[in-house]
Design a protein around this ligand. Sequence first.
Ligand code: F1P
Length: 347
Amino acid sequence: PTVMGDALHALLNPWNQLVAMPPFPFDLTRVTKVTIIGCGTSYHAGLVAKYWFETVARIPTEVDIASEFRYRGADMPQGGLAVFISQSGETADTLAALAYARKQGQHIISIVNVAESSMARQSDVSLLTQAGPEIGVASTKAFTTQLTVLACLVIALAARRGTIDRETEQRLCRALTEVPSRSNDVLNHDQRLAEIARQVAEARDVLYLGRGTGYPIALEGALKLKEISYIHAEGYAAGEMKHGPIALIDENMPIIVIAPSDNLFDKTASNMQEVIARGGKVIFLSDKAGIEKLGDVAAATVELPEVDPFVAPILYTIPVQLLAYHVAVLKGTDVDQPRNLAKSVTV
Ligand code: F1P
């Protein structure tokens, strides 16, 4: 397989312009459909990428959990691209799904952290996240680096397919290259998140809400809290809340709202008002503009930097990870080695 390390730097030159990717053994411009497969956190990265593939590269995209996809027997189209995401590159269900896609004649890209992994070996192209060793069992930096690699892939595809103009390509690349310094700004909120964690640590159940690319971040926030603090948490699409989970809301349930001020903000804001009207205590993750509009009705706010909406999911991941971490520390659980969890699920 073609192996590409340090994807971000391989793809962007210092002038924020996409440079030639190492040669793909197939023509990216002729891809008819993208199918993204992963488990757990890696699946959530795929859900974010679906928005990007569809809105930026304008390619029909499906995302599925490997343990479901591998048994479904789906017909995959000619010229389809199957993208497998896995921190370890050894997850059994994802490997089985990859073998299925291979039989279906798909082009295969894997996004993994380990170059020598089975998944990297079995792919046509392997994009490395370069996250370094993940010490904890629960994926954290694997997730943000998977998103970064996926963002690069989407820009490359969109530019080659002509679905974005040169100016947009440069704007998206610039937004990506600003992620490291904006991430540092987010890390400055660590103390604030540690304070907010006190309220969350008391709860029996926690709800995370988001829209657009904020929805998979809600799912990921809930997963991190479950994995390392053992508090029951659910991530929901904000607009789906009124179809069930709204019945759970009372003053004892913290609701984490992920709402950068993008084109979906007003919709999420109205869902947040519905929650507050029912006594829900909202922890509001937004930027300056969002907090100016709605910060005073929230129980707590965390002001994140104003960034291009394209990269917002990468940055909004950090506070939900930190929140889970601080809650786990308060609860005295083993953050790095949560009970019952294995770093790679190989059976
Ligand atoms: C997938 C995964 C992780 C999770 C835990 C168990 O692993 O579900 O997301 O945090 O470690 O496995 P991988 O396929 O990304 O290695």
